[in-house]
Ligand binder design. Sequence first.
Ligand SMILES: CC(C)(COP(=O)(O)OP(=O)(O)OC[C@H]1O[C@@H](n2cnc3c(N)ncnc32)[C@H](O)[C@@H]1OP(=O)(O)O)[C@@H](O)C(=O)NCCC(=O)NCCS
Length: 159
Amino acid sequence: MDYQITFAGPDDEEVLQAVLIETDMGIAGDITEHAVIKKDNEILGGGMLAQTGTNRYHLLVFAVRQGDRGLGIGRILLNELIKQPWKYCLNGEGSTAGDYKITTVAKGESAKFYEKNGFAVCDFSQLDYPFDQQCDDCPDRSNCNPAAMMFMGCKTNDC
Ligand SMILES: CC(C)(COP(=O)(O)OP(=O)(O)OC[C@H]1O[C@@H](n2cnc3c(N)ncnc32)[C@H](O)[C@@H]1OP(=O)(O)O)[C@@H](O)C(=O)NCCC(=O)NCCS
Protein backbone atom coordinates (compact mmCIF):
# COMPACT_ATOMS: atom_id res chain seq x y z
CA MET A 1 0.00 0.00 0.00
CA ASP A 2 1.21 3.46 -0.85
CA TYR A 3 0.71 5.72 2.16
CA GLN A 4 2.10 9.22 2.69
CA ILE A 5 2.76 10.55 6.17
CA THR A 6 3.13 14.33 6.38
CA PHE A 7 2.20 17.33 8.48
CA ALA A 8 -1.38 18.40 7.88
CA GLY A 9 -2.04 21.57 5.93
CA PRO A 10 -4.73 24.21 6.54
CA ASP A 11 -6.99 22.47 3.99
CA ASP A 12 -6.90 19.24 6.02
CA GLU A 13 -8.55 20.63 9.13
CA GLU A 14 -12.17 19.77 8.35
CA VAL A 15 -11.45 16.15 7.41
CA LEU A 16 -9.06 15.44 10.29
CA GLN A 17 -11.48 17.02 12.75
CA ALA A 18 -14.22 14.69 11.45
CA VAL A 19 -11.95 11.64 11.93
CA LEU A 20 -11.11 12.67 15.49
CA ILE A 21 -14.68 13.55 16.45
CA GLU A 22 -15.78 10.00 15.64
CA THR A 23 -14.15 9.02 18.94
CA ASP A 24 -14.78 12.19 20.97
CA MET A 25 -11.43 13.76 20.23
CA GLY A 26 -10.63 16.88 18.29
CA ILE A 27 -7.86 18.93 16.75
CA ALA A 28 -5.42 19.39 19.63
CA GLY A 29 -3.49 22.48 18.57
CA ASP A 30 -2.91 24.22 15.29
CA ILE A 31 -3.86 21.96 12.38
CA THR A 32 -0.31 22.25 11.02
CA GLU A 33 1.05 20.58 14.19
CA HIS A 34 -0.77 17.33 13.37
CA ALA A 35 0.65 14.46 11.33
CA VAL A 36 -1.66 12.71 8.90
CA ILE A 37 -1.55 9.48 6.93
CA LYS A 38 -2.95 9.76 3.42
CA LYS A 39 -3.62 7.44 0.55
CA ASP A 40 -4.36 8.93 -2.87
CA ASN A 41 -4.40 12.31 -1.12
CA GLU A 42 -7.22 11.24 1.21
CA ILE A 43 -6.74 11.46 5.00
CA LEU A 44 -7.12 8.07 6.69
CA GLY A 45 -5.92 9.06 10.14
CA GLY A 46 -3.81 11.44 12.14
CA GLY A 47 -2.35 12.43 15.45
CA MET A 48 -0.47 15.16 17.24
CA LEU A 49 2.80 14.86 19.13
CA ALA A 50 3.99 17.61 21.47
CA GLN A 51 7.44 17.95 22.97
CA THR A 52 7.29 18.17 26.77
CA GLY A 53 11.02 18.38 27.50
CA THR A 54 14.39 17.24 26.19
CA ASN A 55 13.82 13.78 24.71
CA ARG A 56 10.26 13.76 26.04
CA TYR A 57 7.12 13.73 23.93
CA HIS A 58 3.39 13.27 24.45
CA LEU A 59 0.89 12.00 21.88
CA LEU A 60 -2.18 14.15 22.43
CA VAL A 61 -4.64 12.66 19.95
CA PHE A 62 -4.47 9.73 17.57
CA ALA A 63 -7.16 8.09 15.43
CA VAL A 64 -7.84 6.22 12.22
CA ARG A 65 -11.01 6.84 10.19
CA GLN A 66 -13.74 4.47 11.32
CA GLY A 67 -14.13 2.53 8.05
CA ASP A 68 -10.36 2.06 7.73
CA ARG A 69 -9.61 0.56 11.16
CA GLY A 70 -8.15 -2.92 11.55
CA LEU A 71 -6.13 -2.65 8.33
CA GLY A 72 -2.77 -1.81 9.85
CA ILE A 73 -3.00 1.92 9.15
CA GLY A 74 -2.77 2.91 12.83
CA ARG A 75 0.34 0.76 13.22
CA ILE A 76 2.02 2.35 10.20
CA LEU A 77 1.33 5.89 11.40
CA LEU A 78 2.19 5.23 15.06
CA ASN A 79 5.45 3.49 14.18
CA GLU A 80 6.52 6.38 11.98
CA LEU A 81 5.75 8.89 14.76
CA ILE A 82 7.52 6.96 17.52
CA LYS A 83 10.58 6.17 15.40
CA GLN A 84 11.44 9.85 14.99
CA PRO A 85 9.14 11.92 17.22
CA TRP A 86 11.34 15.01 16.84
CA LYS A 87 10.54 15.01 13.13
CA TYR A 88 6.80 15.25 13.82
CA CYS A 89 6.89 17.96 16.52
CA LEU A 90 6.44 21.15 14.56
CA ASN A 91 7.72 23.35 17.40
CA GLY A 92 10.10 20.83 18.93
CA GLU A 93 13.78 21.34 19.56
CA GLY A 94 14.83 18.71 17.04
CA SER A 95 16.68 15.48 17.44
CA THR A 96 19.02 14.75 20.32
CA ALA A 97 21.03 11.64 21.10
CA GLY A 98 20.12 8.79 23.42
CA ASP A 99 16.93 7.54 24.98
CA TYR A 100 13.66 9.31 24.50
CA LYS A 101 10.24 8.85 26.07
CA ILE A 102 6.82 9.12 24.49
CA THR A 103 3.68 9.05 26.62
CA THR A 104 -0.01 9.03 25.81
CA VAL A 105 -3.36 8.33 27.40
CA ALA A 106 -5.22 5.43 25.79
CA LYS A 107 -8.98 5.22 25.90
CA GLY A 108 -10.39 1.82 26.87
CA GLU A 109 -9.48 -0.99 24.50
CA SER A 110 -7.03 1.12 22.51
CA ALA A 111 -4.44 0.38 25.26
CA LYS A 112 -4.00 -3.01 23.58
CA PHE A 113 -3.17 -1.29 20.29
CA TYR A 114 -0.44 0.72 22.01
CA GLU A 115 0.90 -2.36 23.82
CA LYS A 116 1.20 -4.15 20.48
CA ASN A 117 3.30 -1.25 19.29
CA GLY A 118 5.82 -1.16 22.13
CA PHE A 119 4.06 0.96 24.76
CA ALA A 120 3.55 -0.21 28.35
CA VAL A 121 0.95 0.89 30.87
CA CYS A 122 2.42 3.31 33.41
CA ASP A 123 1.21 5.51 36.23
CA PHE A 124 -0.35 8.87 35.41
CA SER A 125 2.35 10.46 37.61
CA GLN A 126 4.93 9.42 34.98
CA LEU A 127 3.32 11.73 32.41
CA ASP A 128 4.62 15.28 32.14
CA TYR A 129 2.49 18.18 33.35
CA PRO A 130 -0.30 18.93 32.43
CA PHE A 131 -0.98 15.51 30.89
CA ASP A 132 -0.51 13.76 34.26
CA GLN A 133 -3.71 15.50 35.39
CA GLN A 134 -5.69 15.39 32.16
CA CYS A 135 -8.26 12.85 33.37
CA ASP A 136 -8.50 14.01 37.00
CA ASP A 137 -11.73 15.97 36.74
CA CYS A 138 -13.29 14.22 33.74
CA PRO A 139 -16.89 13.17 34.45
CA ASP A 140 -16.57 10.43 31.79
CA ARG A 141 -13.52 8.79 33.36
CA SER A 142 -15.22 5.54 34.41
CA ASN A 143 -16.77 5.00 30.95
CA CYS A 144 -13.59 5.94 29.14
CA ASN A 145 -11.31 3.79 31.35
CA PRO A 146 -8.15 5.71 30.41
CA ALA A 147 -4.69 4.17 30.72
CA ALA A 148 -1.46 6.15 30.91
CA MET A 149 1.05 4.60 28.49
CA MET A 150 4.77 4.99 27.91
CA PHE A 151 7.16 4.11 25.07
CA MET A 152 10.93 4.21 25.50
CA GLY A 153 12.92 4.72 22.31
CA CYS A 154 16.55 5.08 21.50
CA LYS A 155 18.02 7.22 18.77
CA THR A 156 20.96 4.95 18.07
CA ASN A 157 21.17 1.20 17.97
CA ASP A 158 23.95 0.93 20.54
CA CYS A 159 22.23 2.37 23.61
C1 LIG B 1 -6.82 2.57 18.11
C2 LIG B 1 -6.71 2.83 16.59
C3 LIG B 1 -5.90 4.10 16.37
C4 LIG B 1 -5.97 1.64 15.97
O1 LIG B 1 -5.79 1.87 14.58
P1 LIG B 1 -6.03 0.69 13.52
O2 LIG B 1 -5.58 1.15 12.21
O3 LIG B 1 -7.43 0.22 13.65
O4 LIG B 1 -5.05 -0.41 14.13
P2 LIG B 1 -4.18 -1.49 13.31
O5 LIG B 1 -5.05 -2.12 12.29
O6 LIG B 1 -2.92 -0.88 12.86
O7 LIG B 1 -3.88 -2.56 14.47
C5 LIG B 1 -2.59 -2.90 14.91
C6 LIG B 1 -2.74 -3.97 15.98
O8 LIG B 1 -3.43 -3.44 17.11
C7 LIG B 1 -4.61 -4.20 17.37
N1 LIG B 1 -5.69 -3.29 17.77
C8 LIG B 1 -6.06 -2.16 17.16
N2 LIG B 1 -7.08 -1.59 17.81
C9 LIG B 1 -7.36 -2.41 18.87
C10 LIG B 1 -8.31 -2.36 19.91
N3 LIG B 1 -9.19 -1.36 20.03
N4 LIG B 1 -8.30 -3.36 20.82
C11 LIG B 1 -7.41 -4.38 20.73
N5 LIG B 1 -6.48 -4.48 19.76
C12 LIG B 1 -6.46 -3.49 18.84
C13 LIG B 1 -4.95 -4.88 16.06
O9 LIG B 1 -5.71 -6.04 16.27
C14 LIG B 1 -3.57 -5.17 15.49
O10 LIG B 1 -3.07 -6.34 16.12
P3 LIG B 1 -2.16 -7.42 15.32
O11 LIG B 1 -0.84 -6.72 15.11
O12 LIG B 1 -2.06 -8.55 16.28
O13 LIG B 1 -2.86 -7.71 14.05
C15 LIG B 1 -8.09 2.94 15.91
O14 LIG B 1 -8.84 1.78 16.17
C16 LIG B 1 -8.87 4.16 16.34
O15 LIG B 1 -8.76 5.20 15.74
N6 LIG B 1 -9.69 4.03 17.41
C17 LIG B 1 -10.49 5.13 17.89
C18 LIG B 1 -9.64 6.23 18.50
C19 LIG B 1 -8.73 5.76 19.61
O16 LIG B 1 -9.08 4.91 20.43
N7 LIG B 1 -7.51 6.31 19.60
C20 LIG B 1 -6.47 5.94 20.55
C21 LIG B 1 -6.07 7.04 21.43
S1 LIG B 1 -7.27 7.46 22.65
